[in-house]
Design a binder for this molecule. Structure first.
Ligand code: PEP
Ligand code: MN
Length: 376
């Protein structure tokens, strides 16, 4: 259950509701939105007297939640959906469109510095780059500049952080091992990415509960969208909220594209299931450079507010995933197209009518309509 506080509720009123619930044995979690504060109530709420809560000062109403992923679930109702927003470094996530771009992997100091310049010039806001890479073959010969040792990992992380700082951009870097979280924090990485292979890594997700760093959590390519939200929920159980969902393609019957970008799920996340910001990574979603542009633009209309894009100063010599990396000119054009698409989506958003708004009217007409339409 969620307690929705009034827009005008004071800090004392909010604290009083939390204390009352905790005194009765419930765990609470607070979500401070732009307009309203919401208090999640965890435990057997069938034992809770709802009028006792309802009559407390500052309480606007109670919202029943039946989803298993209570913290990740969409709050509010279909006509008033509530979304979380938070920062990655200085960049606000969950409102305006944010583009996270860069090479698949950090390959040298010079390469990541030039990549940062490319990303900045293109108009993207956050620099990405992997330092220790997952490779499906042990013979690929390249596992990232930081793969060899702890020192190499630190140096690789330092070089992307330095490149980000040089162009005034936060950096997002994939983390493979929970033991490395303090190192990433210490070096100044601004956002941790959980890659597809770690989407269901219990140890890593549990450890991330205790990190203040925002996380981009990629959906596993064989994970149902609501099961995935339960994995996301795992990080949220102690109150963490700064998580970006990420659709990056799932397995399917299709062989032409590397994965199948599941835009239906992107829409379901944004319009129905969760209040967390949704990212789409069309680069891994299709694995074909020339399809990244149209799929990314489509993602914006499906509900994405964060875009992950692989790009390289010269993709033809990239050490990993060069085939799906954009040329710098393509990145710049795509950032522009995506921003225009996002503006258009906002302009037409008021035309989206959730069925809930219309249902009761149509329900009251069922009998008369049945008679009119079928009585012959
Ligand atoms: C990546 O972002 O470079 C990456 C390897 O992605 P994924 O984990 O989605 O395959
Ligand atoms: Mn990649």
């Amino acid at each position: 259950m969620i307690v929705k506080m009034r827009r005008t509720a004071t800090d004392n009123e909010i604290a009083a509701v939390e204390t009352m619930l905790q005194d009765r044995g419930y765990t609470t979690g607070k979500l401070v939105g732009t307009d309203h504060t919401l208090i999640g109530v965890y435990g057997d709420v069938s034992q809770l007297s709802q009028p006792d809560v309802q009559k407390m000062s500052g309480v606007e109403g109670l919202i029943a939640i039946s989803r298993k992923y209570k913290r990740a679930a969409q709050k509010g109702d279909p006509t008033n959906r509530l979304y979380v927003d938070f920062n990655i470094g200085s960049v606000r996530i969950g409102r305006d469109l944010v583009v996270v771009a860069g090479p698949c992997s950090v390959e040298s100091e010079r390469q990541i510095m030039e990549s940062a310049e490319m990303v900045k010039d293109a108009g993207a806001q956050i620099l990405r780059g992997g330092v220790h890479k997952y490779r499906s073959s042990p013979y690929s010969g390249w596992e990232g500049i930081g793969a060899g040792s702890d020192d190499a990992l630190r140096e690789g992380l330092e070089s992307i952080v330095k490149a980000g700082r040089a162009f005034d951009m936060p950096v997002a870097v994939e983390i493979l091992d929970h033991a490395a979280i303090p190192l990433y924090e210490d070096v100044g990485v601004d956002c941790l990415q959980i890659g597809e292979p770690n989407s269901r890594n219990t140890v890593l997700l549990n450890a991330l509960r205790n990190s203040d760093l925002p996380v981009i959590h990629k959906r596993g390519n064989a994970v149902d969208c609501e099961d995935y939200l339960l994995w996301v929920e795992r990080m949220m159980t102690c109150g963490k909220e700064n998580i970006v969902l990420c659709e990056r393609g799932i397995g399917s019957a299709n062989k032409y594209t590397r994965n199948t970008l599941d835009l239906g799920t992107v829409a379901a996340f944004h319009y129905q299931l969760t209040g967390l910001p949704v990212a789409v990574d069309a680069s891994h979603g299709c694995g074909i450079r020339d399809l990244v542009h149209p799929l990314t633009v489509a993602s914006v209309f499906a509900g994405a507010s964060v875009l992950l894009l692989e790009a390289h100063p010269n993709p033809l010599i990239a050490k990993s995933d060069g085939f799906q990396a954009l040329f710098p000119e393509q990145l710049a054009n795509l950032v522009q197209a995506a921003q225009q698409a996002h503006k258009l989506r906002q302009d037409v958003e008021h035309l989206y009518v959730p069925s809930r708004v219309l249902e009761s009217d149509y329900e009251s007409r069922v009998e008369t309509d049945r008679e009119r339409l079928f009585a012959e």
